[in-house]
Design a protein around this ligand. Structure first.
Ligand SMILES: Cc1cc2nc3c(=O)[nH]c(=O)nc-3n(C[C@H](O)[C@H](O)[C@H](O)COP(=O)(O)OP(=O)(O)OC[C@H]3O[C@@H](n4cnc5c(N)ncnc54)[C@H](O)[C@@H]3O)c2cc1C
Length: 344
């Protein structure tokens, strides 16, 4: 492991002043330290931001929930207002990693976590994300885990986060702070598609810090008489401590048997947290039944581009969508309470 300078930031302003292309902020350290040890990330300096006052969850006057960047994945998953109003987010968080990791991992660190593509994590392999212009060994390599959606000639690495899939369905805004002041970015715009610049993974400058994440108002707040139901389903090689092969985050509202509003996002199959907007539109006005769910799944995957080893994920993702829609419907009928496990 290479040596680096280490310091602790006392304020958001001083942390941002330290920020540059050679510096990394450390929060829980569960992504950063692994990648430093693997020599994938090579910061000359690491700035510990854990003393910053970014650990609170507060309800805003407009009904949205603002989450400090340093709130841990465990605290967020078990926060009473998250469990009540955003059970989808709680489920997705609890489907990720392990208890020990979630106790350390932070909201901002999760937003910033990097792909688990084995070629990215192996400095002996060609990877345009790690080293621009070096090529992509995954394309002709073992690409069982790689993306069906949103890939490019230069990169097919999957975005690994479970939390971010729920956020894609819920909608959120990030607050960023740098020397030029504060700015906000819609969650949907924060992770760009790889295109021919897969090394650009976020809309965040080197001297900016994520300070907060604000969730859109819950679906039920806009339509108090309707009953929003939600479900996060994660399919993976083993039941815990494993990344998704395919996952689906669903929120929906029903009026009787008809779907009046639907949100659908996919994980494990795309290069960014993937909102399936056309499939959502195809659900609205339809009866909440298997035929509607299967049609939505077909639409969500119709642009899938399977590779040599991951064609099985097309069907897997469709099944995840159908089952998550089914379970979200059941939750809606029960008044939004989803008691099912998120795992297969
Ligand atoms: C074995 C293992 C299994 C895992 N399984 C899963 C899983 O199943 N599902 C899943 O979703 N995740 C999984 N993870 C990933 C885990 O969720 C992330 O490592 C974690 O969320 C990162 O948070 P952190 O606070 O530890 O980030 P850190 O490691 O501290 O930081 C990660 C990155 O974010 C940057 N950063 C941190 N805070 C800020 C900030 N406020 N502003 C700007 N930049 C910042 C850092 O500079 C760094 O580049 C797993 C991780 C491991 C090690």
């Amino acid at each position: 492991m290479r040596a680096f300078d280490f310091s602790r930031a006392e304020s958001v302003g001083s942390a941002a002043q330290h920020g540059n292309a050679e510096t990394a902020f450390v929060a829980g350290g569960t992504t950063l330290l692994d990648l430093v040890k693997l020599d994938v990330m090579r910061p000359a300096a690491v700035v510990d931001i854990n003393a910053l006052p970014l650990k609170t969850v507060e309800r805003l006057a407009d009904g949205r929930l603002r989450i400090g960047a340093l709130v841990t994945n465990t605290d967020l998953a078990h926060h009473p207002e998250v469990k009540r109003d955003y059970p989808l987010l709680s489920q997705a968080l609890l489907a990720g990693a392990s208890t020990q990791l979630r106790n350390m991992a932070t909201t901002a660190g999760n937003l910033m976590q990097r792909t688990r593509c084995p070629y990215f994590r192996d400095v002996g392999s060609a990877c345009n994300k790690r080293q621009p212009g070096s090529g992509c060994d995954a394309r002709d390599g073992i690409n069982r885990m790689h993306a069906l959606l949103g890939g490019s000639a230069d990169c097919i690495a999957v975005h690994p986060s479970d939390m971010c899939v729920a956020l894609a369905a819920i909608g959120a805004t990030l607050t960023l702070e740098g020397p030029a002041g504060e700015r906000e970015v819609a969650f949907a715009d924060f992770h760009p598609l790889p295109g021919d610049t897969p090394h650009i993974e976020h809309d965040l400058a080197a001297d900016e810090l994520i300070t907060a994440l604000t969730l859109d108002a819950p679906l039920t707040l806009d339509a108090p008489l309707a009953r929003a139901g939600s479900h996060y389903l994660k399919l993976r090689d083993r039941a815990s401590y494993e990344f998704a092969l395919a996952s689906a985050a669903v929120q929906l509202n029903l009026d009787g048997e008809r779907i009046t509003e639907a949100r659908l996002a996919l994980g494990g199959v795309a290069t960014k947290p993937w909102r399936a907007s056309e499939a959502e539109a195809a659900l609205v006005g339809r009866p909440a039944e298997l035929a509607s769910f299967e049609r939505a799944a077909e639409i969500a995957l119709r642009d899938a581009r399977p590779l040599a080893h991951n064609a099985f994920k097309v069907d897997l993702a469709k099944q995840a969508i159908v089952r998550a829609l089914r379970d979200a419907t059941r939750a809606a009928r029960q008044g939004g309470t989803d008691t099912q496990e998120s795992q297969a």
